[in-house]
Design a protein around this ligand. Structure first.
Ligand code: KG4
Ligand code: ZN
Length: 381
């Protein structure tokens, strides 16, 4: 079914690529020039507790949890929207049954968008099948979208950015350097505008979030390790241990985090052999600083090379407040004149969520970009 280009569209978005089941209901308008989003419902069911005993995400368990969560979250959104609209007195059929509520809600939806990759395929399929069923039942178009685009575009739903962008048609932020740092990816991109971007580099081994998770496990912290490392690092000295900064001096924009994780492993092993105690907080702080140094150095070098006006960091690791502060500090140090300083943009929607999927679905819809409606674990940007 072809989508007619409406001024304002109501989007239902679905995300199940990893261990968060998430749905959102959003109004999007403004087109590619001035995309604007109004959030009516946004729900996430985290599976952290489920996977914690295993120290990481177990795909089969994730799949089962998504299957259980999807109808519950969908009902939560339907109920909220139907109740909200009844309160506003917009609804003709008061006190209808559940199906009437669902049908009434789906009447408002212009299209459904769902993550098709990258991620865990058994998990991705649950969202795709759920979306396909709803689309078929109510005759709605389905827009498959890319999880990485979701992270990349998550800045568009950031409150802070929204108010700063409204005045200048997005022009003040491009060209931009975007850094996607999550549990599965570490990618640096140059963005010339919303739809033209080029990958500059990426990790050649572990993603930075993966390194946080693995180092956390080495010092006995639970999954997901990122927030735990950040918390523990506050009690430690980031200069205590001189962990390597892999590829920091390389001319390219690639990253490597596996060697850094291995040096943490060796450091702990050597101390254990010598019968010494393990300075966990110092390890957390020093590891976090080493990882941040590499990310910041390469990002700022790209800013300089391409004359970028902004830096957009997204993905779960960008939730790290220490990293954000280090970025701000490094920007001020490198660009001493305020007028030369790139704007640091960090969405508050950094970990997996469905709002970012509504945003990338909207952009794919506007561009007529068509991914296959099937799970693709390795889908790239
Ligand atoms: O974007 P995300 O929710 O899922 C993926 O697409 O992978 O990212 C999850 C990753 C995990 O590795 C988690 O440890 C990390 O983001 N993370 C953090 C923080 N919060 C989440 N890493 C460092 N500091 C944090 N505060
Ligand atoms: Zn993600």
């Amino acid at each position: 079914m072809s989508l007619e280009k409406k001024q304002k569209v109501y989007i239902l978005s679905i995300e199940t690529s990893c261990d968060e089941t998430a749905l959102s209901f959003v109004t999007a308008s403004g087109g590619l020039e001035k995309p604007k989003f109004e959030v009516h419902g946004d729900v996430v069911a985290s599976q952290i507790k489920l996977h914690q005993p295993y120290g990481g995400v177990v795909p089969g368990l994730a799949k089962r949890a998504h299957l259980e969560n999807l109808p519950l979250l969908f009902k939560e959104i339907v109920d909220k929207i139907v109740v909200d609209s009844r309160l506003r007195g917009n609804d003709k059929e008061k006190g209808g049954n559940d199906n009437a509520g669902e049908a009434d809600f789906m009447n408002r939806v212009d299209f459904i968008t769902v993550t098709v990759g990258p991620g865990l395929e058994p998990a991705l399929w649950t969202g795709i099948e759920f979306a396909k069923e709803l689309a078929a039942k109510y005759g709605k178009p389905l827009v498959p979208t890319n999880h990485l685009e979701g992270h990349l575009y998550s800045f568009l739903v950031s409150k802070d950015v929204d108010s700063r962008l409204r005045g200048n048609d997005n022009a003040g932020i491009f060209p931009a350097i975007a850094l996607i740092i999550s549990g599965g990816h570490t990618i640096l991109l140059r963005m010339d505008d919303l739809t033209h971007f080029k990958k500059l580099g990426e990790t050649v081994d572990d993603a930075v979030g993966e390194a946080f998770d693995k180092v956390a496990r080495l010092i006995g912290l639970p999954y997901p390790g990122g927030p735990e490392i950040e918390r523990l690092a506050k009690d430690g000295n980031p200069m205590a241990i001189d962990f390597p900064r892999p590829m920091i001096g390389h001319k390219n924009y690639n990253f490597s985090f596996s060697g850094l994780k291995t040096s943490v492993l060796y450091y702990i092993r050597d101390l254990t052999k010598a019968g010494k105690s393990i300075p966990k907080a110092d390890i957390a702080a020093s590891f976090q600083k080493a990882a941040a140094d590499v990310l910041i150095k390469k990002t700022l070098r790209a800013v300089e090379e391409f004359g970028a006006k902004s830096i957009m960091i997204s993905g779960g690791v960008s939730a790290n407040r220490t990293l954000r502060a280090l970025f701000t500090e490094a920007i001020e140090k490198k660009f001493t004149l305020k007028k030369d300083r790139p704007l640091l943009i960090v969405s508050e929607f950094s970990t997996d969520n469905a709002l970012m999927i509504a945003v990338s679905g909207y952009i794919d819809y506007l561009r007529g970009k068509k991914y296959k409606i099937e799970a693709n674990g390795d889908l790239n940007l």
